[in-house]
Design a protein around this ligand. Sequence first.
Ligand SMILES: Cc1cc2nc3c(=O)[nH]c(=O)nc-3n(C[C@H](O)[C@H](O)[C@H](O)COP(=O)(O)OP(=O)(O)OC[C@H]3O[C@@H](n4cnc5c(N)ncnc54)[C@H](O)[C@@H]3O)c2cc1C
Length: 282
Amino acid sequence: MTMATAATTDFMLPQPYLVQQVVKETADTFTLTLEPSDGTGRNRFQPGQFSMLWVFGVGELPISISGNPADRAQLVYTVRSVGKATHALVSREVGETVGVRGPFGTGWPVEKAEGRDVLVIAGGIGLAPLRPVIYEVLHNREKYGRLVILYGARSPRDLLYRKELTAWARQPETQVLVTVDYGGLSWRGHVGVVTTLFKNARLQPARTLAFACGPEIMMRFVARDLENQGFAPENIYLSMERNMKCAVGFCGHCQYGPHFICKDGPIFPYDRMRPLLEKYEL
Ligand SMILES: Cc1cc2nc3c(=O)[nH]c(=O)nc-3n(C[C@H](O)[C@H](O)[C@H](O)COP(=O)(O)OP(=O)(O)OC[C@H]3O[C@@H](n4cnc5c(N)ncnc54)[C@H](O)[C@@H]3O)c2cc1C
């Protein structure tokens, strides 16, 4: 076996992890905490990276790491059950095994954000890959300026991490604004798409890095509105999603224009994504 083959086999081989905890976030979304089955705390990831999670006998799928990058003992994932593999994943019980490959992909450029304000814009499950950025900023408060979190969900019942949203809003130099598409009778908060929060956000575009993740249509409007407010395209970062299989740029499943989302992304600066986002259905 050549060295190249040995290395290839390594990152294609799922490592066994045990489910430590499953927390129900909403009716269809669960947060799973996994630990290596051999007990070694060897996890290291950049905020925004993803793993390939293997449910034996069902399939393998990309899921962003949603936990704290400072916690090396565990890997945390927030999964919305939309089909066969995600349903099998959220149905795992404590003590059961899940295969993990990775972490893969590019992270949010948190080093570039040092000394600047950080704007996090999330739609629905898109808050999951952004939560590690929020942990990073709040745990290293002196390195960053203001933190502004704008979060939109379909309805109050679909809001993720409710207790944390409240706790984050109480942190110094932090603004958290939440909106829903449909509020219902008991909702006293904001109603409207996430871009309607911009008018209440205290932003200084020239000294801010913006990180956005959500449905592609949301990111198109978010990026356009940020540019109109004076954000330079290279200071806006988007997390892109495509179906993927190998996660290392071999299979081509996740090709998006000239890019492979798995290895060139999933996080891209808007100036590289704009020509592609302007072509619908690509
Ligand atoms: C880099 C990356 C990070 C991701 N992070 C998360 C995460 O943190 N949490 C989470 O819940 N999901 C995440 N996803 C999406 C997740 O991988 C898909 O929902 C999953 O693969 C669907 O598999 P399934 O067998 O359950 O559903 P399927 O039966 O395959 O599909 C069910 C529905 O979901 C759609 N779908 C399938 N795969 C994808 C995909 N990759 N992207 C968008 N739509 C898809 C299908 O078109 C169909 O409408 C991520 C995807 C990528 C590429």
